[in-house]
Design a protein around this ligand. Structure first.
Ligand SMILES: C[S@@+](CC[C@H](N)C(=O)[O-])C[C@H]1O[C@@H](n2cnc3c(N)ncnc32)[C@H](O)[C@@H]1O
Length: 291
């Protein structure tokens, strides 16, 4: 099975104007779908990912020759892109011609039941951490936050209208048995939704807790600020976002002085790409150039 099917691949290579001898950072390396294409197109790449497993997978592919690339053209670093400027400087990879953020989780992370990213595995641990070596799983938030805070999390980061009722169900149910699995969470959601819309609601609730557990929105803001300082004048930042909270941050960041918009409106995957890769459906790509 594919580790991850890259979204808007050609649009990224074109949009970042990848060419021989230029330097690029892939701040969300994942399965290397975009990163490897950048290297094949002649770029030198610094690949960053917060998930140690993603980088282990990539290193194996490079070592066993499955990825036929010049090893000197790629460096991989485990870290959070909120520290992109320090990571670039520490690795002598600075300034650069282009930076990619392909936000969210990879297909592999979604399909790995132990990570708890998907509600399709009912008995998986409700974890949701991008890096399982840091912080606490999402189940701890459900078990310890008060009802008002849980409602605020689900409402703000999941944009879910029934946030109050879901928070109430969670708090009621955790008294009987502490939350541990994705199934425990689904069960509480189902109490509120009945059988209708359970999965749509679950995807918003899971999104909310994932954002909080990984501090995703503030990492994105810091990451974009850091990216600006690492970029050469004339260099480009490309961001693929998957929900409106991320997209709003990107849009506002690019509207600041210091950037010219390359994409006046976000680029969406073609209908064919959306049919072939369902996970691409909500993707929006915005690109801007540093003045
Ligand atoms: C959608 S996947 C990227 C897929 C990749 N472009 C490809 O084609 O294979 C997103 C990746 O970003 C990583 N990630 C998410 N937030 C991050 C952060 N704040 N810092 C570094 N990596 C992050 C995730 O661990 C995941 O591997």
């Amino acid at each position: 099975m594919n580790y991850h099917v890259p979204v808007l691949l050609q649009e990224i290579i074109d949009g970042l104007q990848v060419s021989e001898g230029k330097k690029y950072i892939d701040a969300t390396f994942g399965g290397g779908g975009h990163g490897m294409e950048i290297v094949k197109a002649g770029g030198e790449l610094l690949g960053i990912d917060v998930d140690p497993e993603a980088l282990e997978h990539a290193r194996r592919k490079i070592e066993n020759g499955e990825w036929k690339i010049d090893k000197k053209k790629i460096a991989l670093v485990q870290g959070n892109f909120r520290d992109i400027d320090t990571i670039a400087q520490d690795n002598g990879f600075y300034p650069v011609d282009g930076i990619l953020f392909d936000l969210g989780v990879s297909g592999h992370q979604l399909d790995d039941r132990e990570r708890g990213f998907s509600y399709k595995f009912a008995d998986a641990p409700f974890d949701l951490r991008l890096n399982q070596e840091e912080g606490a799983p999402a189940s701890e938030i459900i078990n310890h936050e008060n009802e008002e805070q849980l409602s605020a999390i689900i409402g703000t980061y999941g944009e879910e209208e029934s946030c109050g009722r879901i928070a109430h169900a969670l708090v009621n149910n955790r008294v009987k048995k502490p939350f541990r699995t994705t199934g425990d969470v689904l069960h509480s959601i189902q109490e509120v939704t009945g059988d209708r819309n359970t999965y749509k609601t679950a995807s918003r609730v899971f999104q909310a807790f994932r954002i909080v557990v990984n501090d995703e929105l503030s990492s994105l803001k810091k990451g974009l600020d850091g990216a600006e300082s690492v970029l050469k004048p004339g260099g480009r930042i490309a961001v693929i976002s998957f929900h409106s909270l991320e997209d709003r941050i990107v849009k506002q960041f690019f509207q600041r002085s210091g950037f010219t918009l390359v994409t006046k409106k976000p680029i969406r995957p073609t209908r064919m790409e959306q049919q072939e890769n369902k996970r691409s459906r909500s993707a929006k790509l915005r690109i801007a150039e540093k003045i």
